[in-house]
Design a protein around this ligand. Structure first.
Ligand code: HEC
Ligand code: HEC
Length: 209
């Protein structure tokens, strides 16, 4: 199926028109099948892209990009989703998804050293669990990584405990019990419903900032 420019709005599904306009509007586009999905491969970014890149728009947006984009360009694309459009993905997700996209849709190869580094730099599942925990418990409405909000910057908490061998236990307990007086007069609410594993995940994350 084909649609030419002036007829676009009348003939195309709205989603495809937006996609066409977003990607530098070619004069004539051939619509992909409506079931467009991410092309499978063995890279860890594949399941991550399926999970994180289909919430706002379909995989068609990927297909509309020019062929031959590099690792840096695809990673930039994922990073733009994160920073400009607020996609809920971590920096690590950006790298892992960028590597998958660059190999699958661009000029990179799965054997490239930088692709392998980006894909294996991390345990994406653990990281996204952390983001899910931070989000579902509203931690980020009071904390940011690098500046004070209501509570201290996670970066400052990590610095405070940098030389403390008990850091993990103390910070886990601070998160569980909340409290006041360590950073100022504003209290942090307790999070007694979190499991020991979740507390450990959150404390580990904070201490690595
Ligand atoms: C929070 C919503 C959201 C998520 C999640 C999201 N995007 Fe997007 N994306 C957008 C918006 C908004 C546009 C601009 C679309 C438009 O103008 O119609 C866009 C456009 C694009 C485009 C077209 C080129 C461009 O730069 O505008 C590509 C490619 C793309 N997204 C890739 C991705 C990838 C890869 C992911 C997963 C890492 C992703 N998107 C996740 C919102 C999102
Ligand atoms: C309503 C706002 C609020 C929310 C929500 C919140 N915090 Fe806090 N947090 C604070 C404040 C305020 C402090 C400083 C408390 C003090 O001075 O003792 C703090 C302190 C901390 C500290 C430092 C503890 C220490 O021992 O120095 C950590 C770590 C922390 N928060 C993590 C978290 C995590 C993880 C979550 C989500 C599960 C969370 N916070 C949710 C407000 C909040």
């Amino acid at each position: 199926m084909k649609c030419t420019k002036p007829m676009t709005t009348l003939l195309c599904a709205a989603q495809f028109c937006l996609a066409a306009m977003a990607s530098a509007a070619p004069l004539s586009i051939t619509l992909p099948p409506e079931t467009a999905v991410f092309k499978p491969n063995a890279l860890p970014g594949y399941p991550l892209a399926q999970q994180k890149c289909s919430t706002c728009h379909s995989a068609d947006y990927i297909n509309f990009q020019p062929p031959g984009m590099s690792l840096a360009q695809w990673t930039g694309e994922a990073s733009k989703m994160q920073h400009v459009y607020g996609a809920p993905i971590s920096d690590q997700d950006v790298n892992i998804i960028g590597a998958y996209l660059a190999v699958t849709y661009g000029s990179a190869h799965a054997s490239d050293a930088d692709v392998q580094a980006a894909s294996t730099s991390a345990t994406p599942v653990a990281k996204s669990d952390t983001m899910a925990l931070l989000q579902s418990n509203s931690c980020l409405s009071c904390h940011a990584i690098d500046h004070k909000v209501v509570g201290p910057a996670y970066h400052d908490v990590a610095a405070k405990y940098a030389n403390d061998p008990q850091a993990l236990a103390k910070v886990s307990s601070s998160i569980q019990q909340g409290g006041t007086g360590k950073w100022g007069d504003v209290p942090m609410p307790p999070f007694t419903q979190l499991s020991p594993d979740d507390l450990k995940t959150l404390a580990t994350f904070v201490l690595h900032q």
